[in-house]
Design a protein around this ligand. Structure first.
Ligand code: ADP
Length: 169
């Protein structure tokens, strides 16, 4: 009976964490790629315990960049920002995990690297807002929209990582 209830408990735990699983869109912008920071950035998400479910290298067109940043089209820096995003290779990724949308933003740091805490990606690796090396979705709705914009459904890989039971217990 003990073994049965332990198994049932473990199943409940697994279901509980499966229900909280989220996905977020993360991109290393052309400055991060050119500066050789791909491995450094991937490593921070990976070591945390988040799971990589999609990754590719692409040079977005200007029109694609405008779609990605459509929320900012009234801002004075919109045109320069879209020129920049489409100026070279970008690493587009989807990361999965409990709380990955919000915590991903914490790993990234504030929009302006001057205001990002040391220990964050922008705090440690960038200096100015126009070259802040990384993008991360800012909420569940934008995460869904950005994943759909950058990836086809079959580019997302669903798999069980052996580390999961050690990350989540
Ligand atoms: P975040 O990328 O942190 O979500 P925003 O969505 O506000 O920030 O802005 C998108 C991107 O636009 C920023 O990452 C940055 O590259 C650029 N940006 C934001 N504010 C400025 C600014 N004042 N001048 C130049 N570029 C900016």
């Amino acid at each position: 009976a003990l073994a049965v209830s332990a198994a049932a408990y473990m199943l409940q735990e697994q279901e509980a964490h499966a229900a909280e699983m989220e996905r977020t869109f993360i991109a290393i912008k052309p400055d991060g790629v050119q500066r050789g920071l791909i491995a450094e950035i991937v490593s921070r998400f990976e070591r945390k315990g988040f799971k990589l479910v999609a990754i590719k290298i692409v040079v977005p067109s200007k029109g694609f960049a405008e779609k990605h940043y459509h929320d900012l089209k009234e801002r004075p820096f919109f045109n320069g920002l879209c020129d920049f995003l489409s100026s070279g290779p970008v690493i587009a990724m989807v990361w999965e995990g409990e709380g990955v949308i919000k915590y991903g933003r914490k790993l990234i740091g504030a929009t302006d690297p001057q205001k990002s805490e040391p220990g964050t990606i922008r705090g440690d690796l960038a200096v100015v807002v126009g070259r802040n090396i990384i993008h991360g979705s800012d909420g569940p709705e934008t995460a869904k929209d950005e994943i759909n914009l950058w990836f086809k459904p079959d580019e997302l890989v669903t798999y069980t990582s052996n580390a999961e039971k050690w990350v989540y217990g």
